[in-house]
Design a protein around this ligand. Structure first.
Ligand SMILES: [Zn+2]
Length: 288
């Protein structure tokens, strides 16, 4: 009897573990370090160890560092005030505006042949044809496949001279698509896996202006978009709460329900098998 119960508990625990360990959370941020990509002319990342070792004062192991970096470095947000005077600074953005349904616009094949590609209204309509109308207050992010180039600055900026901003080539959003997202779908945030919500060749930055004017958060250098479903996730944008900030680094992440039907089926099989074992154990006990 005891043997059966033990086996049963072990099986049940293993099955529950299998059901629960299906990955449903994806880190959409790059590590911040000396290689972090930032806009040309920004200062570099500075990480200094203040203390690392056994502390005689506190009688324990102690690590303590100082870091300094531009707000617009690596995976980060643009607060609306970044390019439009008087709009929200980083600490003024309501939390409600820092998450939403994930809408991943896959333009990888187009960007592969055209580094100056801009996401069009047609791309958005194609997404809706596949997945239905976008939820309101969503987080729409372009997946251009650019993450494979990060953090190589020459490749990310598409220029042998990335410090010369007149030579940049990387994809981003077309202003018509951004206008559509704002007017037709009340978008919360618009992101890219490239360094800017305006494409590399832009010299007027219309998307930045549109986003700022309409209190929409911009997200730049988003990572790991291939690991998020194009529809059905929730994306969170937990930016550092910088007072007076114009943006800031963010550990952007997505959660999603991975194959809910399969998960439910697995849970049902688990429960059914559990009861079978209980039944078998009781029968064995009764017979003996
Ligand atoms: Zn920025």
């Amino acid at each position: 009897m005891a043997h059966h119960v033990n086996f049963c508990v072990l099986f049940f625990a293993t099955a529950v573990h299998l059901v629960q360990t299906v990955p449903r959370i994806v880190d959409l941020s790059y590590k911040q370090n000396r290689d972090s990509v930032t806009w040309p002319s920004n200062p570099s990342y500075n990480f200094t160890q203040l203390f690392r070792g056994y502390s005689e004062t506190y009688k324990l192991w102690l690590e303590n560092n100082h870091f300094a970096m531009p707000e617009h470095m690596g995976t980060h947000i643009d607060a609306p005030v970044h390019t439009v005077k008087g709009m929200w600074r980083t600490d003024q953005i309501p939390m409600e505006n820092l998450y939403g349904a994930g809408v991943i616009i896959n333009v990888k094949s187009k960007a592969a042949t055209n580094p100056d590609y801009r996401v069009t209204v047609d791309d958005l309509l194609m997404w809706e044809e596949k997945y239905g109308e976008m939820p309101r207050r969503a987080v729409a992010i372009m997946n251009s496949g650019w993450s494979s180039k990060y953090p190589n600055k020459t490749l990310v900026f598409g220029s042998p001279e990335p410090t010369d901003i007149s030579t940049l080539h990387f994809p981003s959003w077309h202003e018509d698509a951004v206008t559509w997202l704002i007017n037709k779908r009340q978008i919360n945030a618009v992101g890219v896996d490239t360094p800017s919500t305006d494409y590399g060749m832009s010299s007027t930055y219309p998307c930045h202006t549109l986003l700022g004017k309409n209190s929409v958060v911009g997200i730049e250098n988003v990572a790991n978009l291939d690991n998020v479903p194009e529809s059905g996730s929730t994306i969170y944008i937990p930016v550092l709460n910088i007072a007076d900030g114009s943006g800031g680094p963010a550990r952007v992440f997505a959660t999603y329900d991975d194959e809910p039907n399969k998960t439910n089926a697995a849970a049902m099989v688990t429960c059914f098998t559990f009861y079978l074992y209980i039944l078998a154990a009781v029968l064995v006990c009764y017979v003996m």
